[in-house]
Write a protein of this length. Structure first.
Length: 396
């Protein structure tokens, strides 16, 4: 009670699923889930949610959208109206009561979502990436207003749970941050943010917390990748879809001033306007390809990474091709099979079945999609999506 708790981690680690479990919108497959001392069985009373999408009824006005939750509780009409108007005023939308969602900006629509959640006076407010669909300035304005209302005790809420991909957002708003890891999805660590509100992004203490979270998240990911690589053939390593353009772009940014080949992850993320889900997969791909090293919250170009940055397109393709054959087992495996077959071709199912023996179906599909993208850039092998066939039609 009295806390804002952040859930921070990569897509697929279970953050939104946990939020839906807490709200009673989904059931756990195992274990127990209790709220106010009782098991959660169905939608929990006293729990409200703000969604990533605005989730407003377009045919209802602002006032009518906000009144919905109170109407569902069967309150008297006058109380419904009074509380709805108070919530609209609190969230900064006084004067827009008769407007329809189509007449509002994205930030104003999300404010309606907040008002609709707040008006029922919930014990817990669940927020599933509520700022991610907004532009940077609107999101910052809404964050600031929410933290100010919370700090002044004006929100009729006892606790807030925030799902986010944004590390700075977590440090800016939360009292505690729970870091999630994937496969399996679990809470890997907890970090308490002991800073008074309002918080200064430029303070050394704030930057220290941001650095600590980056270090924790990268260290655990790299450890898991290294364990996977040491455990078997490497065909059980799932690849996150990252395009060669994204890899090239981050290499070029690192090679240029002021970084000259090495940067703090928080700095390069801020400079390139990248969030966790955008930065980490690219950094991990570069580490896998031995084009960069990621350690202690820093990313540093290797000798081959620097050569890649300094090279023309054809030489970049050669470097990438050698990296695939040496360090990405599924790419080398596909190329060997194609080389050995008289037809120099093989169906997608030949490799998809192998991957599905080692990982979930969606992970196998994404891994193949990624390796096709990388191999096309490297001109290592070709893939015909219509025929679902791999071939050496355009070999290097």
């Amino acid at each position: 009670q009295g806390e804002i708790v952040g859930l921070l981690g990569r897509s697929g680690s279970g953050k939104s699923t946990l939020l839906r479990l807490i709200a009673g919108l989904a059931r756990p497959q195992g274990g127990s889930l209790t709220y106010m001392g009782a098991p959660i069985e169905g939608p929990a009373l006293g729990v409200a949610m703000v969604f990533q999408s605005f989730a407003l009824f377009p045919w209802l006005t602002v006032l009518e959208n906000v009144q919905l939750g109170l109407e569902a509780q069967g309150l008297p009409p006058q109380e419904i109206r009074t509380r709805a108007l108070a919530a609209i005023d609190l969230i900064g939308l006084d004067g827009y009561e008769s407007a329809y969602p189509r007449e509002l900006s994205g930030g104003m629509r999300q404010r309606v979502g907040f008002a609709r959640a707040v008006v029922v006076h919930p014990n817990i407010l669940l927020m599933d990436e509520p700022f991610s669909a907004l532009d940077v300035l609107t999101a910052e304005n809404l964050r600031t207003d929410l933290v100010e209302l919370w700090g002044n005790g004006k929100l009729p809420i006892k606790s807030i749970i925030l799902v986010t991909h944004n590390i700075e957002e977590a440090v800016l708003m939360c009292d505690r941050v729970l870091l999630f890891s994937s496969n399996p999805g679990r809470v890997s660590s907890e970090i308490r943010i002991d800073l008074p509100q309002p918080r200064d992004r430029t303070s050394p203490q704030f930057e220290s917390y941001v650095d600590q979270i980056y270090v924790e998240m990268t260290a655990r990911r790299i450890e898991r990748m290294q364990r996977q690589a040491a455990a078997g053939t490497g065909l059980d390593t799932a690849l996150n879809h990252v395009s060669p353009n994204q890899i090239s772009g981050l290499i070029e940014a690192l090679a240029a001033p002021p970084y000259e080949g090495k940067a703090d992850l928080p700095d390069i993320a801020y400079e390139q306007e990248l969030e966790v889900d955008e930065l980490f997969p690219v950094a991990e791909a570069m580490q896998m390809l031995r084009l960069a090293e990621v350690e202690g919250g820093d990313i540093k170009l290797t000798h081959m990474g620097k050569r890649f940055a300094d090279s023309e397109l054809n030489e970049r393709k050669e470097i990438f091709s050698r990296a695939l054959m040496s360090h990405v087992p599924i790419a080398a495996h596909i190329r060997r099979v194609l080389d050995e077959r008289a037809s120099h071709s093989a169906p997608k199912t030949r490799f998809l079945d192998e991957l599905e023996d080692r990982m979930a179906e969606d992970a196998a599909e994404e891994t193949l999609k990624t390796v096709v993208s990388w191999a096309r850039f490297a001109e290592l092998f070709s893939y015909d999506d219509d025929a679902a066939m791999f071939s050496l039609e355009n070999p290097t």
